[in-house]
Design a protein around this ligand. Structure first.
Ligand code: NAD
Ligand code: DAU
Length: 370
């Protein structure tokens, strides 16, 4: 049995990853470390935590004592670091928090993993590492900056972050690289494009649009709606991470993406069309609507002030992970968006839970002024 420390496991991708591991690898014991910020929800993983095969610890990745205690209590061999402040708009409001969690938090995890996993020194003074350990950093395509109409991000694309969020994620990646070079730490990085799927917090585009459509509220589209993102179903991302941990070469970076570029306005229109179609064909879902079915149309689209420094286009070249590890995006967008919408229709209690409290104030602050 292998023990994984999964940080940020109560958030969107982290929780999907925990569920993916539990469903496919019963021989892995999972320790979830999560601070339960506004973006983390214990309810998302409550049914998975059993105190043995899956253990939950509420705590901050920046806290040395907490992290050290975990390494001293459990035989952790793999760290998968999802924990982060993840929302670009919030990083524009409060950059400092992003520096603390995303940079200092990652560095604290690196230090504590190094402390726990070093079993001696070699003749040149490099640490000798315990066998079969791995530090995996979950990073983002945003570290590469923004593309024009053509081209793709490869692992060789120079780092060029442009928002406080992406600057903090890039710094974290550089720290991981520094530990690889300086200490020969067995670490890997995945840089993934935009995820969508169940348990996605409704401050991000797709779940926000779904929520607002069901409530008959305006759909805020930044600028002209022509910015492009490369969407990947979250389970495909989880599979990629696990493949890299198992088979990826230590010290390497792997891009993960679905070759599924879409303008934001296309995403919004597809979501409206899909929800309208489901409501027409499957009337049992209409009880979820807080609006008249006739109002589900493009009139809901509302162009609002653009995001400051809004990156125009992201597009991943996933050739390396495909060639080396055999990964490919299994879920077609048309199928993934249907699955996602149906999940939200069936899980309105989850949406209500995570959007009470702080979320209301955030929404007012963010969209009241646009
Ligand atoms: P999320 O915001 O949904 O979840 C983040 C989780 O981290 C939450 O559970 C939160 O409580 C926890 N957390 C935050 N600060 C913490 C701290 N100091 N200590 C412990 N836990 C803390 O984020 P997500 O969308 O699931 O993203 C997960 C990771 O994947 C992030 O590192 C993000 O940069 C990266 N990523 C996200 C996407 C995407 O499309 N969402 C794409 C590529 C990479
Ligand atoms: O590319 C990977 C990144 O994807 C991750 O690293 C981030 O953690 C994740 O949040 C996501 O960042 P984006 O900024 O691309 O995602 P978001 O859902 O916030 O926005 C997607 C696009 O939609 C973006 O061009 C901004 C636009 N948008 C977003 C919101 C919330 C709107 O037009 N209206 C909105 O209300």
């Amino acid at each position: 049995m292998k023990t994984y420390l999964v940080t940020g496991g109560a958030g969107f991708i982290g929780a999907n990853y925990v569920k993916y591991l539990l469903a496919n690898y019963p021989d892995i014991r999972i320790i979830i470390l999560d601070a339960l910020t506004y973006a983390g929800n214990y309810g998302t993983i409550a049914g998975d935590v059993d105190g043995e095969g899956c253990i939950f610890v509420k705590g901050n990745i920046c806290d040395q004592k907490t992290v050290r205690n975990l390494f001293e209590t459990y035989p952790i061999e793999v760290v998968v670091n999802f924990a982060a402040e993840s929302h670009v708009d919030r990083s524009i409001e409060n950059p400092q928090l992003f520096l603390e969690t995303n940079i200092l938090g990652t560095q604290n995890l690196l230090d504590e993993a190094k402390r726990a996993w070093t079993i001696g020194k070699d003749s040149q003074g490099y640490p000798v590492w315990k066998e079969n350990v791995r530090f995996h950093q979950v990073s983002t395509d945003e570290v590469y900056g923004s593309l024009g109409d053509d081209g793709y991000f490869t692992e060789q694309t120079p780092l060029d972050p442009r928002s406080p969020y992406s600057a903090s994620k890039t710094s974290a990646d550089l720290f991981v690289n520094a530990y690889v070079e300086t200490f020969k730490m067995p670490a890997t990085i995945t840089r993934c494009s935009n995820n969508y799927g169940p348990y996605h917090f409704p401050e991000k585009l797709i779940p926000l649009i779904i929520k607002n459509i069901l409530e008959g509220k305006p759909l805020p589209v930044y600028g002209k709606g022509i910015n492009v993102r490369d969407w990947l179903y979250v389970e495909d991302h989880c599979k990629a991470i696990e493949m890299v941990i198992r088979k990826g070469r230590p010290g390497e970076v792997y891009n993960v993406g679905g070759h599924n570029e879409k303008q934001n306005i296309e995403i919004v229109k597809m979501t409206i069309d899909s929800i309208r179609e489901i409501m027409e064909k499957e009337p049992e879902y209409r009880s979820v609507l807080k609006t008249d079915i006739e109002r589900i149309n493009y009139d809901l689209i509302t162009y609002v002030a653009d995001r400051l420094g809004h990156d125009m286009r992201y597009a991943i070249d996933p050739t390396k992970i495909g060639n080396e590890l055999g990964w490919y995006p299994e879920t077609k967008f048309e199928e993934g968006i249907q699955k996602t919408i149906r999940w939200y229709l069936k899980n309105q209690d989850w949406v209500n839970d995570v959007t009470s409290g702080d979320y209301q104030q955030y929404y007012e602050r963010m969209y009241g002024k646009r």
